[in-house]
Design a protein around this ligand. Structure first.
Ligand SMILES: Nc1nc2c(ncn2[C@@H]2O[C@H](COP(=O)(O)OP(=O)(O)OP(=O)(O)O)[C@@H](O)[C@H]2O)c(=O)[nH]1
Ligand SMILES: [Mg+2]
Length: 531
């Protein structure tokens, strides 16, 4: 789009967006300058660069007739019955798409007519208002509302009521000091002869001068014969040109301020948002360092040892397995499982903390690549604020992560049960041997036959076999218990790592990505404003 085609309103909107994005992020004086310019331009300029001129005056003064004469067609119906015009009408000079519709929407003027383009008047929006002193309250309210919004007010008087004190006091006098926004027209001069017309004009001029409106132009017209209408049109063309010049000045100002902001917008491909692959890589790298610092290896090892401990206690040789229980569960000692309280994990040491700092700095540099210095500064501040509290957040994450199911496997229960059966068998053998010893003491062993298996006495077999089988079972089960412990450790490690990665993505990377996205938005807005 060329420089002329880009409407001021769009430029201002783009500049406003740039300032909003930069607010609280960019610490550069250019943002303040842009804000000041926006304030100067005001809300009205944001709606377009049209010159809004309203015809106002008493009922029957000839506003609608004059409006039609200027518009070159019968747009607003003049009438014999007073008051005639109830809602404001508009005629717009210029090309469609010039933003005047938006302006008229804002002014809430529903009746619109488009005049063919006419170089001197393009950009003019002419309004025909209801009468100011209407017997109908809604007419009066409508006039008061629009009079406050327009750029130029053409007050139409007629020879009979031109000195009406109500009009002068309420509408004209308050505009003293704003001569540029007022034009007074004495209409229906065809109803007066030349002398009377001159007298009337002199009188009116004196009245206006005394009211502080000496600088306000006074014109005589006849909407019926067309006398003076060309002069009025010329006066309007002046206003349009002046406003156009003001608009051009404002456009130049906006472009200048946007160009200054452009120094902080960066190169074309620099300030773009990060891609998915880049983000994943960053999360991965960060996750490694954060997991180490958060004690994930410690927890994983504890899970493994705890599982091993309980597995051995369950499947081991009953005669010695109770010794395992003397030591406390390594996992319990860490006090995991409660997100709200701190764990008893050792706080991250200097090495781990340095690892976190390095990873965060590395991610920050990667996220800041291609960004202008001001945005990199913002990135640094953002990262600093997200880094504080990170250790606590990691600790809570480790505490709150579900480490995976801790069900006792069926086979371990079965082995445990079997161990007890074998102990009972050995006990039976031992008791039997004791009984035999007692019988031997009383020399009664000859009467009780001793059952033998393959030549070996059964009670001996039961005692020794039970003990040996238990020991063997414990030895066979041990590697399986170890296998399960390692698997549980791995599952816990994976779950912890996922949780840590989520923290890395949400707490560290997300704020960085937000900075980048804002930088991209800022760049686009600045470009739109300076184009
Ligand atoms: N002789 C003469 N009559 C005029 C002139 N301008 C308007 N009239 C007549 O005055 C009457 C009122 O004109 P309008 O244009 O409807 O007046 P208005 O100011 O729009 O009135 P409201 O809409 O009621 O506020 C009509 O009959 C017009 O023909 C003029 O310059 N000379
Ligand atoms: Mg009218």
């Amino acid at each position: 789009m060329s420089r002329r085609d880009q409407p001021l309103a769009d430029r201002l909107a783009a500049l406003r967006e740039a300032v909003e994005v930069a607010e609280g992020r960019l610490d550069v004086p250019e943002v303040g300058q842009a804000r000041a310019l926006l304030a100067k331009a005001g809300a009205r300029a944001a709606l377009g660069d049209a010159t809004v001129v309203a015809l106002a005056g008493a009922t029957g003064s000839g506003k609608s007739t004059l409006f039609n004469a200027l518009s070159g067609s019968q747009v607003s119906l003049p009438g014999v019955r007073r008051p005639t015009t109830g809602v404001a009408h508009a005629t717009v000079w210029g090309h469609p798409g010039d933003g005047s519709d938006r302006l008229l929407d804002w002014l809430e003027v529903p009746r619109r007519h488009r005049h063919d383009p006419e170089p001197a008047l393009d950009g003019l929006v002419l309004l025909d208002l209801p009468d100011h002193d209407s017997v109908r309250l809604e007419h009066r309210l409508e006039v008061d509302r629009l009079v406050g919004l327009v750029d130029v007010l053409v007050w139409v008087l007629d020879p009979e009521k031109y000195a009406d004190a109500a009009v002068h006091d309420r509408y004209l006098t308050p505009l003293a000091g704003h001569a540029g926004v007022l034009l007074v027209v004495l209409n229906q001069v065809d109803r007066l002869d030349a002398v009377a017309a001159k007298e009337c004009l002199t009188d009116l001029r004196g009245l206006l001068d005394r009211e502080g409106l000496a600088a306000t132009p006074l014109l005589a017209t006849s909407a019926r014969t067309g006398a003076g209408v060309a002069e009025l049109r010329g006066e309007l063309a002046h206003r349009v040109a002046a406003r156009r010049a003001a608009t051009e000045r404002l456009v130049a100002d906006v472009r200048g301020v946007a160009a200054a902001l452009g120094a902080h917008a960066g190169a074309d491909d620099g300030a773009r948002a990060l891609g998915r692959r880049e983000r994943e890589e960053l999360v991965d790298e960060l996750g490694d360092a954060l997991a180490e610092a958060a004690g994930v290896p410690v927890v994983t090892a504890a899970v493994e040892r705890s599982t091993l401990r309980s597995g051995v206690a369950r499947t081991g040789w009953p005669l010695i397995r109770w010794t395992r229980k003397l030591r406390s569960d390594p996992l319990d000692r860490l006090h995991l499982g409660d997100e709200r309280s701190r764990t008893s994990l050792p706080p991250a040491g200097a090495v781990q903390l340095a690892g976190v700092a390095t990873a965060v700095r590395w991610a920050r540099d990667a996220a800041g690549e291609g960004l202008p210095q001001a945005w990199r500064d913002d990135l640094r501040r953002t990262v600093e604020s997200s880094e504080s509290g990170l250790a606590d957040r990691l600790d809570r994450t480790v505490a709150g992560t579900d480490l995976g199911p801790d069900r006792v496997p069926l086979w371990q229960r079965a082995v445990g049960g079997l161990q007890w059966v074998l102990i009972l068998v050995a006990l039976a053998g031992a008791l039997w041997l004791l009984a035999l010893a007692a019988l031997g003491f009383f020399q009664l062993d000859e009467i009780v036959p001793l059952p033998r298996v393959e030549g070996l006495p059964l009670p001996t077999l039961l005692l020794v076999g039970g003990l040996l089988a238990g020991l063997l079972l414990a030895l066979v089960a041990r590697p399986l218990v170890g296998l399960r412990a390692r698997r549980r450790g791995r599952t816990a490690g994976r779950r912890l790592r996922d949780a840590i990665d989520a923290v890395a993505a949400d707490e560290v990377l997300a704020p960085m990505t937000a900075v980048r996205e804002d930088a991209a938005r800022f760049r686009a807005a600045v470009e739109a404003a300076r184009r």
